[in-house]
Design a protein around this ligand. Structure first.
Ligand code: GSH
Length: 201
């Protein structure tokens, strides 16, 4: 199995963490969506990472669709996203908010880094960053002091997505230690788990 993408990408990293947790052996081709355009497009016509090439040769794209396959193939009864019901809805809701926060953080970063300086619209960046912060605050509010996991008393895809979103938010300049201290401390604790630690970019 071949994971295409760099772990600097929150979407790629959530797939890498999921593969680790499920104990699936894989290789990784560390391609960037921007720096390795033609190689990435050869795997995903949209030109985005991650993509996952299965041993059969089939290639899956988009972290949500890839993880859906991994849950089905390797998750069993302990899948990171429960198979059905209220537990599934709760995990998917957190994952949707955290992946949306990643989308907004990247829009802010793209506005800063991919446009000529005179065309950068600062209010748009601030609007995106306010959405990121509000999303993280809503998830931080679910955490009690020293609570190890967000939901169900065990590690789920809610934790994986909250981890990568907090990491990205920090990377684009949000002071998460100040604005979501409990979430910041919780992601530091998750780094004690090999799947999180060993996928550090
Ligand atoms: N919804 C997608 C988002 C993937 C995505 O936006 N990847 C970024 C890297 S963090 C990318 O490849 N961007 C290049 C581009 O959009 O041209 C997923 O969950 O996989």
């Amino acid at each position: 199995m071949l994971l295409i993408g760099v772990n600097r990408s929150p979407y790629t990293r959530r797939v890498a963490i999921t593969l680790h947790i499920y104990g699936v052996a894989y290789e990784q081709q560390a391609l960037s969506g921007f720096n390795d355009r033609s190689d990435v497009r050869a795997r995903n016509p949209l030109g985005r990472i991650p993509a996952l090439m299965l041993d059969s040769g089939e290639t899956l794209v988009d972290s949500g669709a890839i993880i859906d396959h991994l849950d089905e193939a390797y998750g069993g009864d302990g899948a990171l996203t429960p198979a059905a019901g209220a537990d599934r809805r709760a995990v998917l809701k957190v994952a949707a908010i955290m992946m949306g926060a990643c989308d907004k953080a990247l829009q802010a970063a793209y506005e800063r880094n991919h446009r000529p300086a005179e065309k950068v619209h600062q209010p748009w960046i601030e609007d995106c960053m306010a959405q990121v912060e509000a999303a993280l605050v809503s998830i931080a509010a679910m955490l009690g002091p020293d609570q190890p996991y967000l939901l169900l008393g065990r590690l789920t895809q809610a934790d994986v997505t909250a981890f990568v979103a907090e990491r990205l938010a920090r990377g684009v300049g949000l002071d998460t230690e100040a604005c979501v201290p409990r979430l910041h401390a919780y992601t530091r604790r998750l780094l004690g788990i090999p799947a999180f630690r060993d996928t550090e970019p």
